[in-house]
Design a protein around this ligand. Structure first.
Ligand SMILES: [Mn+2]
Length: 399
């Protein structure tokens, strides 16, 4: 049986888009004029910040930010202070997972909810951390419309070409974006001092980001261990424990129960549609998937539901968790669900985890129970059909 590892606080959100070797896409600054002597990433990032001294930047997080995103945004924000750069950390969904709410409250990290395009012109540049815009599509669309240039993209998801940043550092081989930022810190982005409260908060937050994004280090790479080892010298262990020991909400328990009740098992896949849920409870989906994965003889769990809420476009959201080393979540999701009309994948992932989001679009809305039931049954059937096809079953789950 699989050990009950700490659940990732938040989903492994996807970044749709095309394959491209990360190394080929470097900012102009990366192509060094000094006879090819390569400066480290932190030096290049610091150069960029110096060139943008005194500006105001927007840090864009995915719609349902996870600790990896929140901690790197917070680190970037504090690092910018030395350059008189003011930053707002902006997201457009909800802070939904109980650990993430605790992280933001206990570390006093200020996050701003995206309320529309109107105020974006005040930003001289956009910073994308732990995402490349596809999981923050409304903000990224609004930023493009407002003509705000992309300055920085740091991520560990599959590369996509939608953004043309001045500085890009995308490493799919690393377990957490927080590990990349820890490396920047070691390279001099900010000299950590355990006597400085903000620095302790940064180290604690980044460590939490690494722990959750690597599923308690199970999927950690050498770089993640190295980053954690460095950060551990500055962390506040009591604070970290407080963040990680947050109890699950009653709604999360209820949704997990629904996932358990509705699950269909075929060939060691546990697949469960949980119907409708509110945006506030959206992060219960990956937690339910984590839970289904703890059943014996199950190597992969997929949980999905239709997420509704004020100021949120009705969307089918799903999470995949796998313990099967030969199953690539990114490939599985891309093959199973394909792309939208605009050519973007509905989802993707990384080692051991993936996610997908399918807009309900024209069929969105409608309060009548009958209509909602019909709509759910249709989506439920369609998702199962796609998954079964990918696994190699017919739609009734038979070989
Ligand atoms: Mn991440």
């Amino acid at each position: 049986m699989r050990p009950a590892a700490p659940t990732a606080a938040g989903d492994e959100t996807f970044n749709g888009g095309k394959l491209m070797p990360a190394t080929e896409k470097k900012s102009p600054a990366a192509r060094n004029e000094n006879n090819g002597a390569v400066r480290n990433s932190a030096a290049r990032l610091m150069e960029l910040l110096e060139a943008h001294r005194g500006e105001r930047h927007i840090i864009v997080l995915q719609d349902f930010p996870d600790p990896d995103a929140i901690s790197t945004a917070f680190t970037h924000q504090i690092a910018c202070e030395a350059y008189d750069i003011t930053t707002d950390i902006v997201y457009s969904g909800r802070i939904s997972h109980q650990q993430n709410v605790a992280l933001v409250r206990l570390l006093n990290i200020e996050l701003t909810r995206h309320e529309g395009a109107k105020d974006l012109k005040k930003y001289a540049g956009a910073i994308y951390l732990d995402n490349q815009g596809s999981t923050a599509s409304q903000i990224s669309k609004d930023l493009q419309a407002a003509g705000v240039p992309t300055l920085v993209v740091v991520d560990h998801h599959e590369t996509q070409q939608d953004l043309s940043p001045e500085f890009v550092d995308i490493r799919r081989s690393i377990g957490a974006t927080a590990s990349i930022y820890a490396e920047y810190l070691q390279q001099g982005l900010l000299r950590l001092d355990s006597g400085v409260q903000d620095h302790v908060r940064i180290a604690t937050a980044l460590l939490h980001g690494i722990v959750t994004d690597t599923n308690g280090f199970i999927y950690a790479k050498p770089e993640d261990f190295q980053a954690a080892s460095f950060l551990s010298r500055f962390k506040d262990a009591d604070l970290l424990s407080q963040i990680m020991k947050q109890a699950r909400s009653r709604q999360t328990m209820d949704i997990t129960e629904r996932a358990l009740r509705n699950r269909t098992i075929v060939e060691s896949f546990s697949i469960s549609g949980i119907g409708y849920l509110r945006t506030d409870n959206r992060d219960a989906i990956p937690q339910a998937a984590d839970f289904l994965l703890t059943e014996e003889n199950i190597h992969t769990a997929i949980v999905y539901g239709i997420v509704t809420g004020d100021g949120w476009e009705e969307t089918l959201v799903g999470s995949l968790r796998t313990a099967k080393i030969t199953l690539d979540p990114d490939q599985f999701i891309k093959e199973a669900f394909g792309r939208d009309a605009g050519g973007h994948y509905f989802g993707g992932g990384k080692l051991s985890a993936g996610g997908f989001q399918i807009p309900i679009g024209f069929l969105a809305g409608g309060d009548k129970d009958d209509y909602r039931d019909q709509k759910w049954r249709l989506y439920d059937a369609q998702i199962k059909q796609k998954i079964f096809a990918e696994i190699g079953f017919d739609k009734d789950g038979d070989k």
